[in-house]
Design a protein around this ligand. Structure first.
Ligand code: NDP
Length: 342
């Protein structure tokens, strides 16, 4: 039973690949370069169940064709995680919208062409960005749940990089559901999506700790690098742990109660003060080196803005999500250990 994981070198995807290999699946992973593919193979101890393919740019609609032409008959499950994730862009269409949309449509088209009878389940890594309206995130009268959608379009999301990234996830997810509506008679697969908020947690491999981390973990890394007199910003968001997100991807293709569903992965609101509260409480080595701020300004356990409701997802998955404290602790501990500051 083989699983294809696009963007296997990513922060979330490496956790997914790790769980898949633990459960003895044969995994085909895509990476943008030989170098990144080889590094991942080495990190996974050259596990014979892991085969890497090189797909340099998912913006090309036929990017996945060669891989599926060769391996498609062996692939039963497809997890499409590859998509640009950043809040900086020079060109929103080129950097976000085109790779997100074409990557999703491209892999589904490759399945249709070369693995229509073999692929049974597809899980697309979407995002809270596809569920929410950025203009209403601090509006206490708004609700976001598994059935709500980001209202932005290709045109309206091009205001700035945040709207652009969010729009890319909405457009890509919508394209996946529409593809299935239009091609349901020609493919066997059922679709599910995993829609996480900001994802924290350790890297699968310590060697991936660099001076700058992946976009979501960089939020914690920035706090670790703050000076004691730096102001605590009013940044707030929602969190989920990467280990729960990875588990949800496996659950999604292993169970029928996820068919046609969006798994909305969120475990609460937080602000930057909450991160400093955790870091100051947990790591003596940071005393006097990072800001204390005003500890009572934390928002953990309270509703910051819109009502965020993932009751349905929690019922489907049936497992407890990792707490904010553990997620921040484990993220920071790995960074500090790697820097010899633990
Ligand atoms: P990463 O940046 O670590 O992973 C993104 C993956 O996509 C990498 O493998 C990256 O390749 C690949 N990729 C990006 N752009 C392209 C492109 N143009 N062509 C080919 N491959 C590309 O981020 P995450 O692991 O955090 O994100 C994984 C998925 O989860 C994304 O779809 C993201 O939108 C979604 N997500 C993430 C959240 C988070 O907080 N982390 C929250 C909600 C959703 P390379 O390794 O070479 O850069």
């Amino acid at each position: 039973m083989s699983v294809f994981v696009s963007g296997a070198t990513g922060f979330i995807a490496q956790h997914i690949v790790s769980l898949l290999l633990e459960q003895n699946y044969k995994v085909f992973g895509s990476a943008r370069s030989e170098e990144k593919a080889n590094k991942l193979m080495t990190n996974f101890g050259n596990n014979p169940n892991l085969t890497m393919v090189i797909i340099p740019d998912i913006s090309k609609l036929d990017a996945f064709h060669d891989a599926f032409k060769i391996y498609g008959r062996e692939i039963k499950y497809v997890l499409h995680t590859a998509s640009p994730f950043s809040f900086v862009a020079e060109n929103i269409e080129k950097d976000f919208l085109i790779p997100a949309k074409n990557g999703t449509l491209g892999i589904l088209e490759s399945i249709k062409l070369y693995a229509a009878d073999t692929v049974e389940r597809v899980v697309v890594t979407s995002s809270f960005a596809a569920i929410m309206d950025l203009r209403k995130i601090l509006d206490k009268t708004a609700t976001f749940n598994e059935s709500t959608w980001n209202p932005d379009t290709w045109e309206t999301c091009q205001i700035d990089a945040s709207f652009g990234y969010n729009g890319s996830k909405k457009i890509a997810e919508e394209a996946a559901w529409n593809f299935l509506k239009e091609n349901g008679d020609f493919v066997k697969f059922k679709l599910s999506t995993v829609n996480p908020v900001l994802v924290f947690g350790p890297q699968t491999f310590d060697s991936d700790i660099k001076s700058t981390l992946n976009t979501s973990c960089e939020v914690i890394n920035r706090c670790l690098n703050a000076k004691p007199d730096s102001p605590v910003s009013n940044f707030s968001s929602q969190f989920i742990d990467v280990r729960d997100v990875a588990k949800a991807h496996l659950y999604a293709f292993q169970n029928d109660n996820t068919i046609g569903k969006r798994l909305f992965m969120v475990n609460g609101d937080f602000n930057e003060q909450d991160i400093f509260n955790c870091l100051n409480a947990d790591f003596q080595s940071l005393t006097g080196k990072i800001p204390i701020g005003v500890p009572s300004n934390g928002v953990l356990g309270t509703q910051m803005g819109a009502f965020i409701d993932n009751t349905k997802t929690r019922e489907i998955l049936g497992f407890e999500f990792t707490t904010f404290e553990k997620s921040v602790h484990d993220t920071a501990e790995q960074i500090l250990k790697r820097q010899g500051k633990f």
